[in-house]
Write a protein that binds this ligand. Structure first.
Ligand SMILES: Nc1ncnc2c1ncn2[C@@H]1O[C@H](COP(=O)(O)OP(=O)(O)OP(=O)(O)O)[C@@H](O)[C@H]1O
Length: 452
């Protein structure tokens, strides 16, 4: 990636903020190393609005936190205007999804929090606060408390607080996703307009989002992060003129390219990691072949998806399903993927089709569903980690299972995968977990064990 910009004199200017060859791992609550980012090279240039898209857990916020100095990369470098970043990046500020306002402070006082690290005279501080409040249209709300404001107005306070210090880099972390559709759209338009207006001091923006349309509407460049571990996938320039017409063919074309990129990475047309399906009478292998993780979704949601697909056969592609169930595209993909690895549906391209087994599953009674689910779960290699142990021992320590999951899946949080496996295994009647003893066991009377 070219990370250099030329200034008006033709000399080379470093990017505003940059990550070079960044890797990042975390130690999970259970003490396991989780590799989250791999070889990340990303740069935000002066004047650009860069959007980072990716499914949940792919490492978007981790990149944002490295750029803003809230955390340090495990290896590689974070730079601000070419200089290595040590500690919190004082040239960057962040607008959070949750607004993160202090309820006991007024609008004015909340905005002033954005200047706490600056040594300013009272007059300069007041002038900066007034300016930020005016800029974002909060003029009549200086003395109001957050509880007196709507969600949209609260987020305006969040934006004013981020802008008050005139940061070189403004970061948006899912800043619009907690707002209703109309409020979010209004605020997006206002922010674009501020960014495009000379003299506001707002020049370079880095935004993290799940929302593909939002990225295409706002960004000059879009980066799609591939998950497990987070790696740079698609990097796309967005030359569409502002204000952008979301219904235009060109807009929809970019949205489709990104949709397809995410769909084909997450739901490849030849997935089936159902290798080594155990033969009757043969011992299950716990061998260290490559294993596929499972989407971390509850059983109830998989059943809900199948039931909606059954009731509405016209829902045949992921975008329509996403709209129908009111979930983000990324979350919908996870659900669809779960149903696919269980072989209940097939996903040629972006279509979603019931398999014959899926049809049989939705038509079955509770016991029939449990039996089919158990058969499918049994085929997933990941579950062999637990099933093989339970073949040898009456009960097994969760810690031991989690350790095995951690070594099989270095890019997933083993505790979260374990929880999901237990939920699926419990519904299937194959396993259960006693939180008091910390032991996994085979339920004795599985007719009582059907649950979600
Ligand atoms: N401090 C931490 N300790 C342990 N694991 C962490 C920590 N921070 C993040 N993770 C893990 O790193 C992975 C990436 O998290 P991150 O929040 O960057 O993803 P994301 O793409 O922003 O997800 P989302 O869209 O759901 O916010 C996740 O599995 C998360 O659980």
């Amino acid at each position: 990636m070219n990370t250099l910009n030329l200034d008006t004199h033709g000399s080379v200017k470093p990017p505003i903020a940059e990550l070079c060859a960044v890797n990042k791992s975390f130690i999970t609550a259970g003490g396991h190393e989780l590799k989250v980012l791999q070889d990340i090279d990303v740069a935000v240039h002066e004047g650009e609005l860069l959007a980072l898209l990716g499914q949940s857990g792919s490492g978007k916020s981790t990149i944002l936190r490295c750029l803003t100095g809230l955390i340090e990369p495990s290896s590689g470098r974070a730079l601000m205007e070419g200089q290595p970043l040590h500690g919190v990046n004082t040239q960057a500020s962040v607008v959070f999804q949750t607004f993160a306002l202090y309820p006991w402070l007024t609008v004015e006082q909340n905005v002033a929090v954005g200047l706490m690290s600056r040594q300013l005279s009272r007059a300069d501080r007041d002038a900066a606060v007034d300016r930020a409040i005016e800029l974002i249209g909060l003029g009549n709300y200086h003395a109001a408390y957050p509880r007196e404001l709507s969600g949209g107005m609260r987020q305006r306070v969040g934006i004013a607080r981020a802008l008050v210090s005139q940061p070189r880099l403004l970061c948006l972390d899912e800043a619009f996703s907690a707002l209703d559709v109309l409020t979010a759209e209004n605020l997006r338009q206002e922010l674009i307009s501020l960014w495009r207006t000379p003299g506001t001091g707002l020049s370079s923006i880095f935004m993290v989002t799940h929302n593909i349309e939002e990225a295409v509407e706002m960004a000059t460049r879009i980066v799609v992060l591939f998950p497990r571990p987070g790696r740079l996938g698609l990097v796309l320039d967005n030359p569409l003129p502002y204000p952008r017409d979301t219904r235009s063919t060109e807009f929809q074309r970019l949205v489709s390219i990104i949709h397809e990129c995410i769909t084909t990475t997450t739901l490849p047309d030849h997935p089936a990691d159902l290798l080594d399906v155990p033969q009757a009478g043969q011992p299950i292998s716990r061998g260290r072949k490559r294993m596929e993780s499972i989407p971390l979704v509850p059983v109830g949601q998989i059943l809900g998806l199948l039931s909606i697909l059954h009731d509405s056969p016209e829902l045949s592609n992921i975008y329509d399903i996403s709209d129908e169930i009111g979930k983000e595209f990324g979350e919908t993909i996870s659900l669809v993927k779960a149903a696919e690895i269980l072989e209940f549906i097939d996903t040629p391209k972006d279509e979603v089709r019931f398999t014959e087994l899926g049809q049989r599953f939705v038509g079955a009674d509770a016991a029939g569903k449990q039996a089919i689910f158990a058969e499918q779960v049994f085929k997933l290699r990941l579950f062999h980690i637990i099933i093989a142990l339970l073949n040898e021992h009456e009960e097994v320590e969760a810690e031991r299972v989690i350790k095995d999951i951690a070594s099989a899946l270095p890019y997933d949080s083993p505790e979260k995968v374990f929880e999901t496996m237990i939920a699926w295994g419990r519904y299937a009647g194959l396993m259960d977990f006693n939180t008091k003893t910390g032991m996994v066991f085979v339920p004795k009377d599985d007719t009582d064990e059907i649950g979600q």
